[in-house]
Design a protein around this ligand. Structure first.
Ligand code: NAP
Length: 342
C-alpha cells in the first residue's frame, strides 16, 4: 500500500461503512490515508476474514488484506478523526448524528455522502457547533461475492465549497475520488434526486439497471416520475443542476425515446456494469427498509407544502412500502406505468 502521502496527524473516519463507506474508505486507505471504518459487526467480521477487493468499470482490482483495514463497531473510534464521512442510509442520519456528537472532536469536519436532500441539514441541526458539508456520490457501488466492492458506474464526487477541504484534496485525488467543489449544492442535491427516482423503478423491475434502462416501458415510468418532479420543483422555484450528460428538462424526453434511438443518443446512461442494481433493490432483497421516503417521498412532501399533489411519486412510494412488507414481485414496465399514471 502507498503510505504517508498526507500528514500523519490527519485522520479520516467513515461512519456507517456499508457499500459506499467501505468503497470510499478503503480507496482512501489504499492511497495511503489514515482511515478507520465504523460500522456493524457483520461487516467487520467479513472484512477481517476476507479483506476488501476494490473493483471498477475500468478494470481496477485491488485487494486490501483484512489486517490492513481498521474496522471498529464503536463510535469511540471517531474520537481521533479530523474528517468524518457519514455513509449511513437517510433514516439513520439522526442516530448517526447523536453517535458522532458524543465522540467527535468539535474541530472535525463532517461530510454527508448520502443521497436525498435533507441529510446534511439533519446532521447540522443535531450537531450544532460542527461544520457539516453535503456531498454527492454520483456512482453506484455494489457489494458482490462477499468482499468485493464494485464501482458500477462513473462520475466524480461533488461537495459544497469549503476552505477546510484543502488539506484533504490530495488524498481524495490519490484515491481516484477527486472532490469537485460546487457553490449551489441545493441544485446539485435535487439534480441527483431526480436520477435517484429510478432506484424505485429498478427495485420493482427486478432487473439489473442496464437491462431495466434499456427497456422503454421502464424508462417511461422514470420519465413520468421525473416530469412530475420537475413540475413540483418549478413551482417551488428550485432549479435542479445537471448531473447526467443530459440536462434535467431533457431527461423525460430522452427517456421516452424508442430503444434504438435511446441507445444511440444516451449511450453514457447505459455505461453501467451489467450486474449492477439500485441500492433500493438490495435493501428490499435484504428485507431492509428503503430510502423511498427520502427520494420519491421528498417530491410528495414538497408538492404538499405547495398545496399540490405528486400522484405518480406518491403511488411509487406506496408500492415500495408494500414491497418492504414482503409484497415483492417483479413488475413489467407496462403494468408499472399504468399504476403510476392512473
Ligand atoms: N450504494 C450505492 O451505490 C450508493 C450510491 C450513491 C449514494 N448512495 C447513498 O449512500 C448512503 C449509504 O448507502 P449504502 O448503499 O452504502 O448503504 P449501506 O450499504 O446500507 O451502508 C450503511 C451502513 O451503515 C450501517 N449503520 C447504520 N446506522 C449505523 C450506526 N448507528 N452505527 C454504525 N453503523 C450504522 C448500516 O448497518 P445496518 O444496515 O445494519 O443498519 C450499513 O451497514 C445512502 O444515502 C445512499 O443513498 C449509495
Amino acid at each position: 500500500m502507498a503510505r504517508d502521502i498526507q500528514n500523519d496527524a490527519m485522520k479520516i473516519a467513515v461512519f456507517g461503512a456499508g457499500s459506499i463507506g467501505v468503497y470510499v474508505g478503503a480507496s482512501l486507505l489504499a492511497a495511503g490515508a489514515d482511515v478507520v471504518l465504523v460500522g456493524r459487526s457483520r461487516m467487520r467480521l467479513q472484512i477481517a476474514g476476507q479483506g476488501v477487493l476494490l473493483s471498477d468499470l475500468e478494470g481496477r482490482r485491488q485487494h486490501l488484506e483484512g489486517a490492513h483495514v481498521p474496522y471498529q463497531e464503536s463510535a469511540v473510534a471517531l474520537a481521533e478523526a479530523d474528517l468524518i464521512l457519514v455513509t449511513v442510509k437517510s433514516a439513520d442520519s439522526a442516530a448517526a448524528a447523536s453517535a458522532i456528537a458524543e465522540y467527535a472532536k468539535p474541530s472535525a469536519l463532517i461530510v454527508s455522502l448520502q443521497n436525498g436532500v435533507g441529510n446534511a441539514d439533519t446532521l447540522r441541526s443535531l450537531m450544532p457547533g460542527w461544520q457539516v458539508l453535503a456531498a454527492m456520490v454520483p456512482f453506484n457501488v455494489v457489494q458482490m461475492d462477499g468482499n468485493r466492492f464494485h464501482r458500477a458506474s462513473g462520475g466524480e464526487l461533488m461537495i459544497e465549497t469549503c476552505a477546510g477541504l484543502e488539506p484533504w484534496l490530495t488524498s481524495f485525488r490519490m484515491a481516484h475520488l477527486p472532490l469537485q467543489q460546487c457553490e449551489d449544492f441545493v441544485a446539485i442535491q435535487w439534480g441527483k434526486l431526480l436520477l435517484n427516482l429510478n432506484n424505485a423503478v429498478n427495485a420493482l423491475s427486478g432487473l439489473a439497471l442496464k437491462s431495466q434502462l434499456s427497456q422503454r416501458a421502464y424508462r417511461r415510468c422514470l420519465a413520468l416520475l421525473i416530469a412530475e418532479a420537475l413540475d413540483v420543483l418549478r413551482a417551488a422555484g428550485i432549479r435542479p443542476a445537471r448531473i447526467a450528460k443530459v440536462g434535467p428538462q431533457l431527461l423525460p424526453v430522452i427517456l421516452r425515446l424508442p430503444d434504438v434511438l435511446f441507445k444511440r443518443i444516451a449511450a453514457t446512461m447505459l455505461k453501467i456494469d451489467p450486474e449492477a442494481r439500485s441500492s433500493m433493490w438490495q435493501d428490499l432483497e435484504a428485507g431492509r427498509l428503503t430510502e423511498v421516503d427520502y427520494l420519491n417521498g421528498a417530491i410528495v412532501r414538497l408538492a404538499e407544502s405547495l398545496a399540490r399533489d405528486a400522484p405518480a411519486n406518491r403511488r411509487m412510494t406506496v408500492l415500495i412500502h408494500a414491497a418492504e412488507q414482503g409484497n415483492l414481485q417483479p413488475w413489467s414496465g407496462v403494468a408499472l406505468y399504468r399504476v403510476l399514471r392512473d
